[in-house]
Design a protein around this ligand. Structure first.
Ligand SMILES: Cc1ncc(COP(=O)(O)O)c(C=O)c1O
Length: 398
């Protein structure tokens, strides 16, 4: 019988040892031993399925891979050391000199760096489009393309890309569709069900959910993971530590509970922000006034745990007032991380996106008064009261 997500999160992928332990075992070992030289030879010839070396296979890592594949409803999963190494492994294993990539412009700073600065150095042509504009996708994909990449919702302004329509256009152009699903998580959105070919995650974020370890995940078809990703990771080594995989196994058990509670709190915070005269604009996928609510309803179960908003200030004081607001917070921590049980806040202009050129920042609405809030698990009335007090204290700056 097909199990529900909450059951898969707890039970999926379990592979108990002879000791019949309750909690998943941690195999903190770099290598494995063979009884005979013949056994080692057979293992390397892949005549016998067994673990050889933790760079490309480890029992603890495999439990998490199986669990994530079940949750995502993907044929296969491969784990990496970080979200960025997941994305870089996808690009470097699939693309070659002379290929073409079409990507949404609204990306996390490091994703933007790979796409715009690193890929062109390898002779890969890159075209950026406004991910929310289907006409731009259609035009860019008239030219034969090898890979399409986007985040939906995007970091930090939560732009949505229509996964179904863009996947159709991309496939006509011969492209593999890769979606960064970090903000939505598999609890709220499953891109593979809307036509995407590959989904990637920073497991560092909601999967851990407690800000402890780094990790990344790549999910897709069996043939993509086995034939493209596995040989790349096996030979180049952006592998996850078994210890990090074990920590993630514990974190992910509560993923659904956390996402639902944090999303509920995010909506209560939005109701407060909507009434506050110090707030100029709010970005969130399911806002009633949002132009993108139709797409949100089509492909997301809910809006998620992240909110972005602009503080009202004169142009010359945007940064000053935003900093004053952040510095006056007593409960919420200033941090560029997200998806944590602790509520975290950041100023994208000067942190996660500071390396983008000014023109690119402006085209992505990353202004000096933009704030990104990752809603945690504290009582929502305490979070709102902290925001309210800090806004009042920064009010003197106009
Ligand atoms: C949307 C998005 N993708 C990828 C990453 C990179 O993940 P990691 O920090 O695990 O490398 C981040 C990190 O903030 C992110 O926000």
């Amino acid at each position: 019988m097909k199990k529900k997500t909450s059951t898969k999160l707890i039970r999926g992928g379990i592979n108990r040892t002879n000791f019949s332990e309750t909690s998943e075992p941690l195999f903190l070992t770099s290598g494995f031993v063979y009884k005979t030289a013949q056994e080692a030879e057979k293992a390397f010839k892949e005549e016998k399925k067994r673990f050889l070396y933790s760079r490309f296979g480890n029992p603890t890592v495999e439990i998490l891979q199986k669990k994530l594949a079940l949750i995502e409803e993907a044929e296969s999963c491969w784990l990496t050391s970080t979200g960025m190494s997941a994305l870089f492994s996808i690009f470097m294993s699939y693309l070659k000199n002379g290929d073409r990539v079409v990507s949404a412009r609204a990306l996390f700073g490091s994703c933007h760096h790979i796409v715009t600065k690193i890929l062109p150095r390898f002779g890969i042509e890159v075209e950026l489009v406004d991910g929310t504009n289907l006409n731009q996708w259609e035009l860019a994909l008239k030219k034969k393309t090898n890979l399409v990449f986007f985040e939906t919702p995007s970091n930090p302004c939560l732009d949505l890309v229509d996964i179904k329509e863009v996947s159709k256009l991309a496939h006509k152009s011969g492209a593999l569709v890769v979606v960064d699903n970090v903000f939505a998580t598999p609890i709220l959105q499953k891109p593979l069900n809307y036509g995407a070919d590959v989904v990637m995650y920073s497991a560092t974020k909601h999967f851990d959910g407690h800000g402890r370890v780094l990790g990344g995940a790549i999910l897709g078809s069996h043939s993509f993971c086995e034939n493209i990703i596995k040989p790349f990771i096996r030979n180049t080594g952006p592998s996850i530590s078994p210890f990090n995989a074990w920590v993630l196994l514990k974190g992910i058990e509560t993923l659904e509970l956390r996402i639902k509670q944090q999303t509920k709190s995010a909506k209560e915070i939005i109701s407060f922000l909507e009434k506050n005269k110090n707030i100029k604009k709010i970005y969130y996928p399911t806002l009633k006034k949002s132009k993108q609510i139709k797409i949100a309803k089509q492909q997301m179960l809910d809006g998620g745990t992240i909110i972005a908003f602009e503080i009202k200030a004169s142009k010359k004081n945007e940064k000053k007032k935003s900093f004053e607001f952040l510095n006056k917070l007593k409960l919420i921590d200033i941090s560029n991380n997200l998806g944590d049980s602790k509520t975290l806040i950041t100023h994208p202009y000067t942190t996660t996106h500071h390396k983008l050129e000014q023109k690119e920042k402006m085209s992505l609405r990353i202004t000096e008064n933009l704030i990104r809030l990752s809603v945690g698990l504290e009582d929502v009335t305490d979070i709102i009261s902290d925001i309210d007090n800090a806004l009042k204290k920064s009010n003197k700056i106009i």
